[in-house]
Design a binder for this molecule. Sequence first.
Ligand code: FEO
Length: 165
Amino acid sequence: MLTKKVEAAMNDQLQKELQSAYVYLGMSAYCEDQSLPGFAAWLRRQFDEEQQHAFRFYNFIIDRGSRVELKQLDAPPTSYGSPLAVFETALEHERSVTRSINELYDLVAKEKDFASQAWLDWFATEQVEEEKTVGQIVDDLRRIGGSGDGLFFLDKDLASRTPHE
Ligand code: FEO
């Protein structure tokens, strides 16, 4: 069973993963509206992936004999200034998730919950990938600047990219 402190922190992280999914869905809706189906598809796959992250927490809390608590989610933006603004926001968001995973890792270490610590290793590594892939798209968008051709080809490219390529 998780300690009360760890149970609360795991439930907080479950909410953050669900909120992340919702944020990516809002970004995807914006890109659909901008006629960028490749960006929208990539962001929707990220929405799916965040839900999988949430379910990892959901299942782990239950597996440890503790209680899942579902919290209110905030409405995410569905409007951005540009595709670059979308991915800069996503990168900042992923960095905040990384900080939150690190704090959770620190807490379970202090609580001597070694099973949770080992289980969280997957997330620590996953966040490296998350920041890297979103950061690469930010770099691509900065490189092409305001080029319509560049945006067109990047949109085609993202249509077939999975979030971890
Ligand atoms: Fe589940 Fe993108 O952090």
